[in-house]
Write a protein that binds this ligand. Structure first.
Ligand code: ATP
Ligand code: MG
Length: 279
């Protein structure tokens, strides 16, 4: 088994409920995402959120993005911040509620402003990231080459394929520099070749920064499990109205994380069957 350590909590949902009047959609959702550290490898986190249609995945997505507040409970981020101690500055962990803008949100329809070229949209995103001051063009060139969109930088969104638009959306969020990327159904409507490219790209993103965390909401359980280290299953239990987190599966413990040869593996296939049973 690959050696790894789970360290600090990066994101925590505590007792999260969401109700519209009398109708409760989500009830008492608890989970945390921890920083995974692998010796010698820059490793981010990839978490999938699965559940049957209508279980509240998109609602939870909205809460995680900070666009909507839960009726009860909290979703907090923990981040390293510089703090002055005596004569020096050290980094300490601070916890705070998630706010709109904290997460790079990639919606299913990859909405882009039609009147800006790809390059102009990417520049706008890069200018919001203080860490890229003075080197925005360079960062765009680098991402564009790595994700194979260099030849469409001068085009408008309407002139791109679905797969190219998705890559532009992901790069846009990466340029903004947030550690969390939230993706709604990133695998839907893609043909098998593009699906492989997107999977590869998301894995590359997760390896680009130790603290980078991808949270993927998906119907495609096989692809979600193949690229994740943890799966959360949203479903119903006997505890009351609304959905809650009924199961957390640690794919690292099962030897299913960070591998590209899973599709025929018995543990992988058994895990898929187990997840389908919970849905
Ligand atoms: N504004 C609202 N008021 C009341 N109920 C709502 C509201 N928005 C969503 N719901 C309900 O919340 C439930 C969960 O919806 P949600 O869109 O999160 O499901 P989902 O798991 O994303 O489903 P799918 O896989 O089909 O996208 C649904 O029963 C829906 O009717
Ligand atoms: Mg949904």
């Amino acid at each position: 088994m690959t050696s790894y350590i789970k360290k600090e909590v990066l994101l925590q949902a505590k007792g999260v409920s969401l109700c519209y009047g009398e109708k409760c959609i989500l009830r008492d959702v608890h989970f945390s995402i921890r920083d995974i550290v692998r010796p010698g490898i820059r490793q981010g986190q990839v978490v999938s959120l699965v559940g049957r249609s209508g279980m509240g995945k998109t609602q939870l997505f909205r809460l995680l993005s900070g666009l909507q507040k839960p009726t009860a409970g909290s979703i907090t981020l923990r981040e390293r911040k510089p703090a002055e101690v005596g004569n020096g500055v050290i980094e300490v962990w601070r916890e705070r509620p998630v706010q709109a803008g904290d997460m790079g949100v990639i919606f299913q329809n990859y909405y882009q402003f039609g009147w800006r070229t790809v390059k102009q949209s990417l520049l706008l995103a890069a200018r919001r990231n203080p860490a890229l001051a003075g080197k925005q063009e360079e960062a765009i060139r680098e991402y564009a080459n790595r994700f194979d969109i260099a030849d469409v930088l001068q085009q408008y969104p309407g002139q791109l394929s679905g797969g190219q638009q998705q890559r532009v959306s992901i790069i846009q969020q990466l340029l903004k520099g947030s550690n969390f990327l939230l993706l709604d159904e990133p695998f839907s409507g893609l043909d098998i070749c593009v699906l492989e490219k997107v999977t590869e790209l998301l894995l590359q993103v997760s390896l680009s920064d130790e603290l980078k965390t991808l949270i993927i909401v998906s119907h495609d359980i096989a692809t979600a499990v193949a690229i994740s280290d943890t799966v959360f299953i949203l479903g119903r239990d006997a505890g009351g109205e609304g959905s809650t987190l009924v199961r957390e599966i640690d794919l690292i413990e099962r030897g299913l994380a960070w591998r590209s040869d899973l599709r025929e593996d018995k543990v992988f296939l058994d895990t898929l069957a187990e997840i389908k049973d919970c849905l």
